[in-house]
Design a protein around this ligand. Structure first.
Ligand code: SAH
Ligand code: SF4
Ligand code: F3S
Length: 467
């Protein structure tokens, strides 16, 4: 009987994408995937260290697995990803239940490590690599809707934002061979997928065929930057929508904006994390830009694509943040009017520049109050921004059944806003993967209501629907 593995992913999209690499490696090693931890011989948690709360969630989950071990003494538990990298052997000490600790660059060694674990030992591999991109591994799509997929284009991060643990957990930045990226996208199209999201911590610094000093490695191979890559992926099929995440304000080029504007199938949506609206705070954060630079990038986006949606990440209560600096964040939000935002209280992370250099001196209740002010303002802007779509006829890619009603489906417009439409249109039942035109009739801060006017393309019949 084959061994059964259950994988849970926490944290960012890159972790979800990595779990699909892990699933592929384990499938080749004879493992079958199961949906429930209760049914597994091996439970793997792919973990996140970005904030203390993210780590607490996983530590609690490990405790929660204790009763399963009681029932099945042969159950093995492994921790993968960023917490594995950050906590290393300490994790085995702290949580006796854990048998296996594997960092994000060491997944190819999983079969060997699992052999050790089966022999009754504990196994650890947290080596980081300068080269590993898992370029040729064909991911096993997990929890997929068969319509949208993540494609990792680079790993690691060379920026040293003062608050951020990622450079410590993910190592040096490296780009993946563009040919393998384009191949993966072609295969996805052949399988019926209709949208890819290209992933990296800082996609604007994607570069293929240059070394660390910027010199060309192989003169017979073209240098590919992110704009070139985006253009190649957009060329795979006019029916493949292309998204990407995350852009960095200091590196986002007009060349990328021009490519986006030129290709209708590149979605008009940019996630451009600002973190703070105060130049002094941005400097302490070591972000590499100030408020004026950021606003100039926003202006460039709007110049190239007036209808482009923009979202951001914001941190409240970073080290030394004054009331006035906090108000700078609110005024920057007023100036930009984001379509969407992820908003966080600052959480000090061990080893980071901020942890070593600055005091975490904004009291928790002040961080919380500032966060609430930021959230309230964002809710107002999101509602306003969403309502701007009302009256327009927009292309919507259907992704699944609406949470609220079986009679409705949900999809997204190019700007990444969720659009709800009726399941039936002119006597036909719409399905995930269908591309439709819909007239937007109303909107809230969370979603839009649309009326389908035309079906542009049906989901291909031969499509392999993922379980
Ligand atoms: N590479 C991306 C961000 C990855 S982390 C970028 O540069 O934008 C996602 C978000 O988590 C960050 O943008 C930041 O807003 C938030 N974050 C990171 N470290 C944090 C910390 N120590 N405390 C609170 N929020 C944090
Ligand atoms: Fe972290 Fe900054 Fe790198 Fe983003 S760019 S992953 S915030 S260090
Ligand atoms: Fe978390 Fe690691 Fe992503 S720390 S946000 S899972 S890169």
């Amino acid at each position: 009987m084959s061994k059964r593995v259950h994988i849970e992913s926490y944290g960012c999209q890159m972790n979800f994408s990595d779990s699909e690499i892990v699933a592929s490696i384990l499938a080749k090693d004879g493992y079958t995937l199961v949906d429930k931890a209760e049914e597994a011989d091996l439970v793997l948690l792919n973990t996140c260290s970005i904030r203390d709360k993210a780590e607490q969630t996983v530590l609690n989950r490990i405790d929660g697995l204790n009763h399963l071990k009681g029932r099945n003494p042969d159950l093995r538990v492994g921790v993968l990803g960023c917490m594995a990298e950050r906590m290393r052997e300490d994790l085995l000490e702290k949580k006796k239940l854990v048998d296996l600790v594997v960092g994000p660059d060491a997944y190819r060694t999983l079969p060997t490590l699992l052999d050790e674990v089966e022999g009754g030992q504990k196994a650890v591999n947290v080596l980081l690599s300068r080269e590993e991109t898992y370029a040729e591994i064909e991911p096993v799509r997990l929890g997929s809707n068969g319509v949208t997929a993540f494609v990792t284009i680079m790993r690691g991060c060379d920026n040293m934002c003062a608050f951020c643990v990622v450079p410590f957990t993910r190592g040096r930045e490296r780009s993946r061979d563009p040919d393998t990226i384009v191949d993966e996208c072609r295969q996805l199209v052949a399988q019926g997928y209709r949208e890819v999201t290209l992933l990296g911590q800082n996609v604007d610094s994607y570069r293929w065929n240059v070394d660390g000093r910027g010199a060309v490695k192989d003169p017979t191979v073209p240098v590919t930057d992110f704009a070139d890559l985006l253009e190649r992926v957009a060329g795979v099929s006019p029916l493949l929508r292309v998204r990407y995440s995350t852009s960095h304000p200091k590196d986002m080029t007009d060349k990328v904006l021009a490519v986006m504007a030129r290709h209708p199938n590149i979605c008009k949506y940019i996630h451009l994390p600002v973190q703070s609206g105060s130049s002094a705070v941005l400097q302490r954060m070591n972000r590499g830009y100030d408020r004026a630079w950021y606003l100039a990038r926003i202006a460039a986006i709007r110049r190239h694509m007036p209808d482009c949606a923009i979202s951001t990440d914001l941190i409240t209560g970073f080290c030394g943040e004054t009331e006035e600096e906090h108000r700078d964040t609110l005024s920057l939000m007023e100036a930009v009017r984001y379509d969407m935002a992820y908003m966080f209280k600052y959480s000090e992370r061990p080893r980071t520049l901020a942890a070593r250099k600055y005091a975490d001196d904004v009291p928790d209740d002040v961080k919380g109050r500032r966060l609430q002010e930021v959230i309230d303002l964002q809710m107002k802007h999101a509602g306003e921004r969403n309502r701007r779509h009302v009256g327009q006829v927009q292309e919507v890619l259907i992704e699944g059944v609406s949470k609220r009603s079986e009679a409705h489906l949900f999809g997204r417009n190019s700007q990444n806003a969720v659009v709800i439409v009726a399941r039936h249109h002119a006597g036909t039942e719409l399905k995930p993967g269908d591309l439709v035109l819909a007239r937007i009739v109303s909107g809230t801060s969370g979603s839009l209501q649309g009326e389908v006017t035309e079906v542009v393309a049906r989901r291909p019949e031969a499509m392999a629907v993922a379980p």
